[in-house]
Write a protein that binds this ligand. Sequence first.
Ligand code: C2E
Ligand code: CA
Ligand code: CA
Length: 308
Amino acid sequence: MDSRHQITGNLVAAAPSISGDELAIAIREHQFVVHYQPKIDTRTLEFVSVEALVRWNHPTLGVVMPDAFIPLAEKGEHIHGITDIVLETALKQNAEWRDQGLDLRVSINISGASLENLDLPERIHDVTGVFNVPSDKVVLEVTETWQCQDTATALDILNGLSEKGFGLALDDVGTGHSNFSKLQEMPFSEMKLDKDHIHSATVDEETRQFIAMCVELGHEMGMYVVAEGIEKQEQWEMISAMGCDEGQGFFIAQPMPGEQIPGWLKRWNTYLGLAENHQRASGPQVNLSEMTGTFHRLNSIFPTKLDI
Ligand code: C2E
Ligand code: CA
Ligand code: CA
């Protein structure tokens, strides 16, 4: 394994004292790694896509999580360098999975600050061309706060991306900035419900109704609806019952290095096969979704036993 892909040392989640100069060095020296978190189709339980999440393998601090450096990068110009690295890494990885017969969509987070560069659609299109990844296998996630900027340029860029065939996801829906009537005029193909709302929704009726309304509105606008931050069985069941199309969260899998994805898929499929056989043998009273919920526990207890 390439040393820059090794995750060592502490995890740094809180903002350490990081300077713009350090970020510039990190970009120049490619100190970033990308982890991938699986997303599961709530109806078929199929593993359909991943979200690419950047981590900074800092030479002295250890692994620095994105919340500790993305806001600083967004204040300067460094976010563009980071976006380029994540794009290239994730699309190269997608091409490698494709060579191994794994047909996955990959979602990449794009900062609102990047929606000022009119050449963004062409740049992303060029990278997909280099790695031969079909554009409909790439989704760009834009956090809903970008709407605050709401410039004509941003809309042009989103339209340009959509015309090139990329999926567009409105991220963190529920955090309070969405203007649903404006959303109708925008080319988003996917809505991602924010994890804090998913967490509250199982204990707070008002949030549950709000989330249910978002799912309905999303579908009415022809969007695909994804729920993030699924940590518990009851959250998985809630989003499935509400008709969310995909779920993502620690309940299913943690973000992981790209080379671990094929092994994870094997374990997931093995477990699903076991669950289906069990269901066939025991009759309809066995709930497949409930059984699937034990997957992550089995997986953490027997990380290699289920590997075939
Ligand atoms: P996000 O786009 O909302 O990504 C989801 C975050 O929730 C990730 O945190 C993920 O690890 C975490 N997560 C996933 N499942 C669960 C769960 O079940 N429970 C909880 N509590 N958390 C869960 P992460 O990787 O720390 O990323 C944080 C944020 O940093 C992302 O939030 C995104 O806004 C930003 N980010 C990450 N990678 C990139 C990138 O390549 N570019 C840009 N511009 N931003 C990025
Ligand atoms: Ca995201
Ligand atoms: Ca979020």
